[in-house]
Design a protein around this ligand. Structure first.
Ligand code: TXA
Ligand code: MG
Length: 368
């Protein structure tokens, strides 16, 4: 296995070598602005099969296909829906995946898992773009982690999970966004958000003011219905650290005008402190993921600051690294502060809730 330390896209020889490997059927991990992807030539069955094997990924979960520019979609992805151009102009390159009708027989059937559609995106990372240009083929790439583990946001995470199982890792530093792309599917004037991610609902609404943006995640969080997955990948356990994670939040009361935000935070902190005390009495090692404004108030074996409350983007950037750090410190129980499900907060809460396998305490549902 080769590790290419490609700090920027100008390391032309190493980039060329990694691109050649990709084109000819190898599996190569590379940085994107969201998370590291594990890439393969999307037209080669054997290469795509190796992705599923290396990740231990269920075969019915389709892969996202990455291209360097719109021209590369010609002849196999149907971009005729008028929203595609508007979304592409506003969000590509960037953390948005658009599910499009696909021409049968062009891509490996393993990529689409038998569906008549394919998720495509143009990533916004100079190393990814250069690699895709040089490879000159559509590149299928799920996140470069073992299935079920937190996604990798640094090359070291990829090596922790997949060392020896991949042909090469292109190291491009830390990922800026830190959570995966937003996945959307288009129907007439509707935009179905299949997975919240780096592009927020608010941004989508701004780009398409006349569209109806439908986010099941958001609806479900309000009414707490069990999940009926639309995107095949949403039904599997995901992003989980080894320790048992619980999220403590104030879902209903974040948006209540009669309850000040500071009161929500003090109730969240109280609950976390209580739970941590209880876990310590049981002799367990404890960890907390908290916003920087609150970290001094906590006492646990490992308290990880997620950045300021005023910049939830930073918490998204740090999330997977923080979960992996908890594993590194062999933390047995982890409590995480939740946040309002607005902007990037929707994706952040979606990943936290999945990592917690739905162990969530909503202080709004408790007596005040
Ligand atoms: O940010 C990202 O999207 C990263 C980087 C590497 O680009 N990739 C990524 O891929 O997260 P993956 O395979 O871990 O997640 C793909 C998600 C899954 O939830 C999958 O079910 C969904 O997209 N998906 C892919 N194709 C689809 C399709 N045709 N219809 C519905 N959902 C689809
Ligand atoms: Mg993934």
């Amino acid at each position: 296995m080769t590790t290419y330390d490609v700090v920027d896209e100008r390391d032309e020889n190493e980039m060329k070598e990694a691109a050649r490997l990709l084109r000819e059927g190898g599996i190569v991990a590379f940085p994107t602005e969201t998370v590291y992807g594990l890439g393969a030539n999307a037209r080669m069955d054997k290469a795509v099969e190796r992705i599923f094997a290396a990740k231990g990924r269920p075969a019915d979960n389709p892969l996202i296909v990455h291209v360097a520019h719109m021209k590369q979609l010609e002849g196999w992805a149907d971009t005729s829906h008028p929203y595609v151009k508007q979304l592409a102009d506003a969000c590509w390159p960037g953390p948005l995946t658009i599910v499009l009708p696909v021409r049968q027989g062009y891509l490996s059937a393993r990529v689409t898992a038998g569906l008549s559609t394919v998720g495509v995106r143009i990533p916004q990372h100079p190393v990814a773009i250069r690699l895709l240009e040089l490879a000159d083929c559509p590149v299928a790439a799920p996140s470069a982690n073992r299935s079920g583990k937190p996604s990798p946001t640094r090359a070291a995470h990829v090596l922790d999970d997949l060392s020896g199982l991949v042909d090469a890792v292109v190291d491009g530093g830390s990922c800026e966004v830190g959570v995966e792309s937003t996945v959307v599917e288009l129907k007439d004037n509707q935009v179905m958000v299949l997975r919240p991610g780096g592009v927020s609902i608010e941004q989508l609404q701004h780009v398409l003011p006349h569209a109806e943006i439908i986010s099941e995640q958001e609806e479900r969080s309000k009414i707490r219905e069990p999940e009926t997955p639309r995107s095949p990948g949403m039904k599997y356990a995901h992003y989980a650290p080894n320790g048992a994670l619980t999220v403590v939040t104030a879902d209903r009361d974040w948006s209540s005008s009669s309850i000040p935000e500071s009161e929500n935070w003090s109730r969240i902190q109280q609950v976390i402190q209580q739970e941590i005390r209880r876990e310590k009495e049981q002799g367990r090692t404890t960890g907390i993921l908290a916003f920087d404004e609150h970290i001094d108030d906590y006492q646990a074996d490992f308290v990880q600051g997620m950045g300021s409350l005023s910049t939830p983007e930073q918490a998204a950037t740090r999330l997977y690294d923080a979960l992996r750090a908890m594993d590194g410190a062999q933390i047995e129980v982890i409590y995480a502060e939740g946040c309002p499900r607005t902007g990037i907060g929707l994706a952040l809460m979606n990943r936290l809730q999945k990592a917690a396998a739905d162990r969530i305490i909503d202080v709004s549902e408790r007596d005040r």
